[in-house]
Design a protein around this ligand. Structure first.
Ligand SMILES: Cc1ncc(COP(=O)(O)O)c(C=O)c1O
Length: 478
């Protein structure tokens, strides 16, 4: 066993829990003059069956047993003076399976380039470029000035739940009792987490429709359940085929997680498809978690339908929505769920232990947003529509791109497969060579090698310049 200040790992005892990639990822961090180096060499040899390559002298931290049983998880720190210190930091094996968001990785690189003085256009972010309307900010300030700075009820303030209930009745045809059916949560992100952790049991299955928001598959894994992927196809306007969903349903299916309008494709589910999904849910007894955060960002003839409004679905749907996108309030972190009381209770437990409650002044701002912002939302939507049309026209000139014009959201998901380059390579090359940041399709879909996501939540000027650079980059590839 490793003991603090002890002689080194019991190599025989723990070799089976080491993973090759952990060793490879830490090899550069072993100072060669460190007394631990000999242990490491032996340890490396046992796993890799060869000597380790020459090492750098950088200070490092080694996860020596990540992936093992609980008692084996330790971290070994190599300190600058070469002393080895064995900590007792424990890692969850479970977290090994969870990926960090790939969008942040692109954002960080774009940010670094901008700091270095490069001209960077950030078309990777799913965030409105508009500021939160002033009257919403004023409502939050008024709340603060009233010293509303104490804990709120776990479920959210009654005023906020009432405003949400009124909105659901008005916009979505959903009858939710503010006392029983609504939780105010930390963004749709927490709403998704509460829905999955609160409803899923280990060994059960959750159907996700890819391409989809990065969180979905990770949340299924976090809940210890199996994500079952149904793929929406480009030739079907990025809508899933009901027969594919039917084939994915098993006796273990607990949740079908859908998103309309959809990130990253901009597809809006028509009523008929939602009715088919509803029929399937009622037939097989699974729950639909419906992420509707882009509800208000729809264009042209598209109509947003909440699946909970379909007869028979209210008690088996968790409706998720929030203020981030339509109200330009990403940083306020306000989302919510509406669901049957029986489903609300387990979600409340997750929320209580994860976040306790949302600040009262944030909820005061939310009430103002929900009650009095239709004109602001309409103005922003109109602007997004103009940008969508402009970007579609500019990118549409390129024969090497194919494009389904999105009916909703502020994303475009063009197909680049004619260029014969993987979307991951395309995105990083594009960023490095032109300073335009986008997201590769494999962040949203295991089979997304042929698509990239472009956000048009950016100024007309930036979008025009971004499109010019993209087209020039593609022209150079020919
Ligand atoms: C489909 C979808 N759901 C949920 C979220 C999270 O939104 P929030 O900011 O409310 O946590 C996002 C954010 O990009 C999203 O695209």
């Amino acid at each position: 066993m490793i003991a603090s200040g002890g002689a080194g790992p019991d190599l025989q005892g723990r070799a089976h829990v080491l993973k090759k990639h952990h060793i490879i990822s830490c090899i550069d961090n072993i100072p060669q003059n460190n007394s631990f180096y000999n242990d490491f060499k032996l340890w490396y040899k046992m796993i890799m069956h060869k000597n380790p390559p020459p090492n750098s002298r950088t200070l490092g931290k080694i996860d020596i047993t990540q992936g093992g049983g609980a008692e084996d998880r330790r971290t070994l720190w190599i300190s600058e003076n070469g002393r080895k210190e064995i900590g007792t930091m424990h890692f969850s094996n479970h977290m090994d399976e969870i990926q960090l968001s790939k969008i942040r990785q692109i954002g960080e690189l774009a940010g670094k380039m901008a700091k270095e003085g490069r001209s960077v256009i950030k078309l990777q972010v799913g965030e409105p470029d508009f500021d939160t309307p002033q009257h919403i900010i004023d409502a939050a300030i008024a709340s603060l000035n009233k010293k509303e700075t104490h804990y709120a009820p776990n479920r959210g303030t009654l005023a906020c739940r009432q405003a949400i209930a009124a909105k659901l009745r008005r916009d979505n045809g959903i009858q939710a009792d503010p006392e029983k059916n609504i939780l105010v949560l930390n963004g749709c992100a927490e709403a998704l987490m509460c829905s999955t952790l609160g409803i899923l049991d280990q060994g059960e299955e959750m159907i996700v429709i890819e391409p989809c928001f990065i969180n979905y598959v990770q949340l299924a894994k976090l809940s210890g359940c199996t994500p079952v992927v149904v793929r929406a196809r480009e030739e079907d306007g990025w809508l899933p085929d009901i027969e594919d969903i039917r084939r994915a349903v098993t006796s273990r299916t607990k949740i079908l997680l859908l998103c309309t309008p959809t990130n990253p494709t901009g597809a809006v589910y028509p009523r008929a498809l939602l009715e088919d999904i509803a029929k399937l849910a009622m037939e097989h007894g699974f729950i639909v978690v419906s992420d509707e955060v882009y509800e208000k960002l729809i264009y042209g003839q598209a109509e947003h339908v909440s699946i909970a409004s379909i007869p028979g679905m209210e008690e088996r749907t968790v409706t998720i929505n929030g203020l981030s996108k339509a109200y330009a309030m990403t940083g306020w972190r306000l989302g919510y769920v509406a669901a049957d009381e029986a489903l609300i209770l387990p979600m409340l437990k997750v929320h209580q232990y994860a976040a306790t409650c949302l600040p009262v002044f944030i909820q005061a701002g939310a009430v103002e947003a929900l009650d009095n912002s239709e004109a602001d939302v309409a103005a922003m939507r109109q602007e997004y529509q103009k940008r969508r049309d402009m970007l579609a026209e500019l990118l549409g000139q390129c024969e090497d791109l194919s494009l389904t014009v999105p009916e909703g959201t502020f994303y475009m998901y063009p197909n680049i497969s004619k260029l014969g380059i993987d979307s991951y390579d395309f995105v990083f090359k594009l960023l490095e060579e032109t300073g335009v940041a986008t997201v590769y399709g494999t962040a949203f879909d295991q089979k997304g090698q042929g698509n990239i996501r472009i956000s048009f939540a950016n100024s007309e000027e930036n979008l025009r310049e971004g499109a010019r650079r993209i087209l020039q980059f593609i022209a150079k590839m020919r």
